[in-house]
Structure formats: C-alpha cells, structure tokens
Design a protein. Structure first.
Length: 326
C-alpha cells in the first residue's frame, strides 16, 4: 500500500479506497479484543506484546521484501521511532497489563480518551483544525463508549493502577498516531508500519524470557490467537490504518476508531455467545452514529464548484495540512 501521488487516481476513487482501508482497520482491531481475551489468559502482558510484534514484523518484513520498497527516507525516521516506541511498544504492553487490572467497561471508557487526545494534539502539533462536525461526532461517540463501559462495569475488578495503565495506553496511542502522521509524508504506509513495528519489537525484547516461558506452558489456542494478533490486527490493520491516515486528518481517523466498541459488542455476541444488554447495544449505536457525523462533509455550493478545496478533513495529506486510536 504505497502512498500514491494525488494525480494517480480520481479523487472519488482514492477516497473510497481510504474509507475501505479505515473500515478494514476498525474491524480487525475490534477482533483483537476477542483474541486478547483468550491469549491473555496464558501470556503475561509483555510476552503477549512481544509475541504479537514478532509475528507482525515477520509478516510485514516479508511483504516489504516482496514489494522491494526498501528503507524509508531519513526524514521519515523521527516519526517512525516515535510511533514505534509509543504505539507499537508502550501502548501494547500497558494496555495488556491494564486490562488485567480493570473490568472491560472501565478499560473501554478510559482508553477511548485516545481519539479526543489525537484531535487535540493534531490541532496543536500538526496544525489540523477542529471542525464542529468532528467535535460533535466525537462527543456523541465518546458518550456511546461511556454507555458501553457503564453497561459492562461490575463484571470484573478495578484498581487505581489499572485505570492509570489504561490512561497511559490512551496517551501512548494518541502520541503514536500524531508522530506517525508526518512520517507518512515521506514514506509509504507499508514502510512506516513495518519499521514502526520493528522498533516496537526491539523495545519489547526484554520480555523475551517471559515469552519463551509462557509459550512452553500455553495451550495451542492461546498461541494461535497471539499469532493472529500479529498478522491481522497488527501487520494488516496497522498498514491499512497508515494508508488511510496518509489521506485524511489524524482527528478524523481517531474518530473512526469509535466504531470499535460497537463491533466488539457484536463479535462477543456472535463468537463468545455473550448476549449484550440493551444499554450496551444503545451505546454501540451511539458510537456508530458519532463516527458517521464526524466523517460527514458539508456539501456547500462552493464545495461543488471546487471539489479540490479542503473541507473539514480532506482526503489527502498535501491538501489537509491545516487539519487525525489509534
């Protein structure tokens, strides 16, 4: 998934491909919560993060060699290192750890601060705007995530440490996305994702002993779930995320991830036979409604006369340098 120049395809076609990439990311990240629930019973937080990153790095490295894309330009490396350490490394470890300390509802509410932080950091550090539709949509989605969290609370234990870990995960997620965005101006989605994943893998190498010990005792299903996490929610989903992020703002991409709680509820229902409460379903629908609002673009007369004019989250990085959990 190489970042194409703006003249390579019609704007509508590019926008559809970016939307499809974002949808792929959201679905696969939602499925990750189901797999983490299984693998996390046999693997410690650091071991699970390292195993996932190793599988992802192998898959991404093989694809990079097949496509012969090589090393990204020097200008992309600050963003790669920043996103690799924060998002691929720190985020995955502390999120795994946090979800062992708090119930799913509390984790969902705290981690979903991430998209709000992405919008604020993107506005401050990347010069992105804060369109009213984006803020309104994020507010609706956050309310939905809070409803989902409240409806799921009470089914596990919570601790101050767990809440702090989930908060740290949200901050690492937001910082990683904002760091990744500038790197995509200089390298392809595949390059930025591959080397970000490798950086995260190196950062997690201190957990190698725990991974070997856990793998010796873990059931096959847990290990397969860990490999699945590395190949699909990491290698594939992070690449499609980067592809879409290169064509929109960090704020709008962050808002898109609010669809994840709704999909997790649906997948848990279908795959784990966990029947959601009506309040949970209502919260999930609110999340989806907020995402729809945040991604809408007003069709004014001026916009129709000049489609290339950027309006509340244009599809291309070159066109939106006044404007996105990740």
């Amino acid at each position: 998934m190489t970042t194409l120049p703006s003249s390579a395809a019609p704007p509508g076609h590019r926008d559809r491909r970016a939307t499809a990439a974002a949808c792929t990311t959201v679905v696969l990240w939602a499925s990750a919560f189901v797999s983490i629930r299984s693998a996390g019973e046999a693997y410690s937080p650091g071991a699970l993060a390292l195993g996932r990153l190793l599988a992802g790095s192998l898959a991404l490295g093989a694809l990079l060699l097949l496509r012969r894309e090589g090393l990204p330009p020097r200008a992309a490396w600050p963003g790669i290192l920043w996103s690799g350490l924060l998002w691929f490394g720190l985020y995955m470890v502390v999120l795994n750890w946090g979800e062992q300390q708090v119930d799913a509802g509390t984790a969902a509410m705290v981690v979903n601060i991430g998209p709000l932080l992405i919008a604020l950091l993107g506005s401050r550090l990347l010069g992105e705007g804060l369109p009213r539709r984006l803020l309104l949509g994020m507010g609706v989605s956050f309310a939905g995530a809070a409803v989902v969290g409240l409806s799921m609370s009470g089914h596990g234990s919570s601790s101050v440490l767990g809440v702090l870990l989930c908060l740290l995960a949200a901050v690492a997620y937001a910082g990683g996305v904002v760091g990744q965005k500038p790197a995509l101006r200089h390298g392809s989605a595949l390059q930025i994702t591959t080397f970000g994943c490798l950086v995260g893998t190196v950062a997690c190498l201190p957990f190698a002993g725990a991974l070997i010990s856990d793998a010796a005792d873990a059931p096959l299903s847990a290990t397969l779930n860990m490999v699945y996490l590395g190949i699909f929610p990491t290698a594939l989903a992070f690449t499609t995320w980067a592809y879409a992020l290169a064509r929109t703002t960090a704020g709008r991409m962050g808002a898109t991830t609010y669809a994840v709680p709704a999909l997790v509820v649906l997948m848990s229902w279908l795959l784990l036979d966990e029947v959601p409460a009506l309040l949970t379903v209502a919260g999930g629908l609110l999340c989806l409604a907020g995402v729809a609002v945040s991604r809408m673009r007003p069709q004014t007369g001026a916009t129709r006369k000049n489609p290339a004019q950027p309006v509340e989250g244009p599809p291309h990085d070159a066109e939106c340098q006044a404007a996105d959990r990740p």
